[in-house]
Write a protein that binds this ligand. Structure first.
Ligand SMILES: NC(=O)c1ccc[n+]([C@@H]2O[C@H](COP(=O)([O-])OP(=O)(O)OC[C@H]3O[C@@H](n4cnc5c(N)ncnc54)[C@H](O)[C@@H]3O)[C@@H](O)[C@H]2O)c1
Length: 471
């Protein structure tokens, strides 16, 4: 065994030397080069530990939840949850007492009982220890996501974590290992997969309207100029200052990965990344009255990913420059095309949907279908979960309703003992871009393997699926 290990190490070392583009010179000793691709360490699954693909837990009578982090984002989750049947809000936690008080006001306004209060830096631990909580909902800064989620799972809780769930590969693996060890749900709160256009397009793709899906795109392009100073303790600009790579990839990744059935019969094999120099980033630091000598995050980062099933993904990140908001969201298939920004629309090679398409003359494979055809298509292919939740989603809101659908689906799946729409492997895969892109960038855009966080279970499920009661 030891000999085999030595031989393998030598082989890998030889491969590293022979591979022109992949000296991986800035490694921290944790990755190697195999067939020209930088490969990061995949920790072995501990003996006796099982994967959590398609995890089903006992149905709950009520989802008893505790919230940690009540800054800009957290209170709206409290508001949404207080309007979802089958939930009981047991506890609220923030470092600041006034934020907890404010959230109590939200409960009162919505006719809910006051929740227990946890205030201070480490009060969240006591919240996680409460025996009457099923779900810990984490909306703190990124540094706290994984320590809190891991501790909560170790206390036997399910967890929902704001985006991105994890900041680096170690944290991704820590989430995966803890969810597997404890057999608990660990969902990242990626809301953009529930936007109406994305949901409808996913449904259309699953029904074959676009033929073979070949290429998908997604992004987070959002000028955060007006927000930087609002984050508690400046955590967000600090993180960008200290980290190169696509540090906020999940809004683009989520919808793109669902279209390609990632770890449900497909997987991401490797990525390459390129970024611009940081120009606006350091200026944002200077605007805060400090000098930034070595700002890490490029103003614009682009990443391309190759999948096992021969498709490509293109993901972008720019939170610095004056651009209209965009998550790109684009799909190219052999029979059709979908695009969301700046103009949402569909284009088809041939369309035989006679109840939708009144006038075939209007269709051409070179341009978007007319708006009335797009509207009719979106109505006909409305996703079943949208049909069920749309009215309430529009009423409760939260980014146009997608935040409500996300929370309502999480509650629905827990109440009915169903696998969640997003599992811990999604959380790890989509969050892992942060460090994987950094490694590529630091090695002249060399290809970097996207680890199989399921450790061999990526082909167990066939196709992405939203579970419904009775399944
Ligand atoms: N999905 C989305 O559309 C979306 C939108 C905005 C923010 N977010 C995510 O939500 C999270 C929070 O962002 P935000 O804008 O609210 O940040 P924020 O800085 O406004 O709020 C973070 C809160 O966490 C609290 N906190 C920090 N450490 C704590 C501790 N030890 N114990 C208890 N509370 C603690 C802070 O006091 C603060 O109130 C981030 O992960 C962010 O990426 C997601």
């Amino acid at each position: 065994m030891k000999n085999l290990k030595i031989q393998l190490t030598m082989l890998l070392a030889a491969a590293a030397v022979m591979t022109a583009c992949s000296s991986a010179s800035k490694t921290d000793g944790k990755y190697e080069v195999v067939d020209g691709i930088i490969r990061t360490e995949v920790p072995q699954r501990p003996e006796g530990q099982k994967d959590v693909v398609g995890l089903r837990l006992d149905p709950m009578d009520s989802v008893r939840v505790g919230f940690i982090g009540l800054g800009m984002r957290g209170p709206d989750a409290v508001r949404r949850f207080s309007q979802i049947d089958g939930t009981s809000i047991k506890a609220l936690c923030d470092k600041h007492a006034d934020r907890v008080e404010k959230a109590q006001g939200i409960l009162e306004k919505n006719g809910r009982q006051a929740a227990a209060e946890y205030v201070g830096d480490s009060a969240w631990m006591e919240l996680c220890q409460r025996p009457d909580i099923d779900l810990v909902y984490i909306a703190t800064d990124w540094n706290n996501h994984v320590p809190m989620a891991v501790y909560a799972m170790e206390q036997g809780k399910n967890v929902a974590i704001e985006v991105p769930a994890a900041q680096n590969l170690d944290e991704c693996w820590h989430l995966v290992n803890t969810a597997e060890k404890m057999q608990k749900h660990c969902m990242m709160l990626e809301n953009c997969v529930y936007d109406f256009f994305e949901l409808t397009t996913l449904n259309m793709a699953q029904q074959g309207l676009f033929g073979d899906v070949l290429h998908v795109e997604g992004a987070y392009i959002h000028n955060l100029e007006d927000f930087w100073n609002a984050y508690e303790g400046n955590w967000r600009l600090d993180f960008n200052e200290n980290h190169r790579g696509d540090v906020y990839a999940t809004h683009g990744m989520g919808p793109a990965a669902q279209l390609l059935d990632i770890h449900r019969g497909n997987k991401m094999n490797y990525l390459v990344s390129m970024d611009t120099k940081p120009v606006t980033g350091p200026k944002m630091v200077e605007r805060q009255g400090r000098k930034s000598e070595n700002f890490q995050n490029g103003d614009h980062t682009m990443t391309m990913i190759m999948t096992e099933n021969g498709q490509t993904m293109h993901i972008q990140h720019d939170v610095m420059n004056p651009r209209p908001y965009s998550r790109m969201y684009q799909l190219t298939g052999t029979e059709g095309f979908a695009n969301k920004y700046p103009k949402s629309g569909y284009c088809f090679h041939e369309m035989n949907d006679s109840d939708v398409v009144p006038d075939h003359q209007n269709l051409s494979a070179h341009s978007f279908v007319p708006d009335e055809v797009k509207e009719a298509l979106m109505e006909k292919y409305k996703h079943p979960i949208q049909i069920e939740l749309e009215e309430q989603a529009r009423k409760v809101g939260g980014h146009g309703g997608m935040d409500y659908i996300m929370d309502a689906r999480l509650v629905y799946c827990l109440l009915n003992g169903l696998p969640l729409d997003q599992d811990v492997y999604d959380a790890a895969e989509w969050s892992s871009l942060g460090e994987l892109t950094r490694i590529s960038l630091e090695n002249n855009s060399a290809p970097v393997e996207v680890p199989d966080f399921t450790r061999g279970a990526w082909n167990k499920l066939k196709g992405y699926h939203h579970y419904m009661k009775g399944e």
